[in-house]
Design a protein around this ligand. Sequence first.
Ligand code: TXA
Ligand code: MG
Length: 320
Amino acid sequence: MAEITEDISLAVKTLQAGDLVAIPTETVYGLAANALNEQSVMRIFEAKQRPTFDPLIVHIGRMEDVDLYATEIPDAARTLMAKAWPGPLTILLKKNPIIPDLVTSGLDTVGLRMPHHALTLHLLQQLDFPLAAPSANPFGYISPTTARHVQAQLGEVIPLILDGGPCEVGVESTIVDCSHERPIIHRLGGLSKEEIESWIGPVEVNIHASENPAAPGMLTSHYAPRKPMIVGDIPSLLEENRNKRVAILSFQTTYDGYPHVRLSAEGNLNEAARNLFASMRVLDAMEGDMIIAEWVPEEGLGLAINDRLKRASAIEPSTH
Ligand code: TXA
Ligand code: MG
């Protein structure tokens, strides 16, 4: 089992020795290593069983570090950093060669993010290297939003978990590509599209949803519970699956008589995002052969929630 601690100095030592530490952020827990040390970064891929064609986000604790790791920083990126950092936003920029190709899967861009979490910001500020950190879950499973989630899945293969409490935002960072003339949203996440557009004007959303391992980025089936999950109109889905044992993931409504979790009694999308992944875990552990869920309103963090629901319900051609 991994040691769970709130002691930053222990995390500093472990990372300096080249080992992995799970770290809290406002979005989800990350599995961190020295981003400038290829051997340490390799351990991340091994621990997660993640294919090396899927690049890692690099976390920094000081604004000026952007200029160390990226080479061209357009005005839109500067604006986004000033407005949203520290916060749930990853910005893709042309990379400095100091960042190993393993981190970026050989791409000429690097994803940079300054997380909004006091413990992890202090940690980053005590290190003289940035931290490469994907979400701290086995590849393809739901991202962890508590130290306990990390322990349950990666506790056997990592030495240390820095416990910063449950994650405030609950879905991963929004990824904006600023390496081309016009910024493009590559992943919907904890920073809403509306907020981004209020600062830099209209932005296109282009989500890589691919099963092609040659295409780095987002795979279709991701964030997935072990039980099959279908998303739609809950009453109709209940009717269609009368003969199955189902568990329900609803937005606001309760369904008496069924194993069931709702995301937000008040219909608050921020609360729903915060509860989403932990709720999927609870449902996965409950009775029932399948999970029936519903879409949430397509606004604010609702876009990111619906994206995760879609990915969680995607069926992998290789396994079904
Ligand atoms: O909120 C978050 O972003 C969390 C916390 C720990 O910071 N991290 C996270 O990492 O969600 P991960 O590895 O689970 O997801 C990162 C995504 C991957 O799908 C990857 O393909 C994409 O970011 N990505 C990273 N660098 C990229 C790059 N240079 N070009 C395109 N996509 C990139
Ligand atoms: Mg992930």
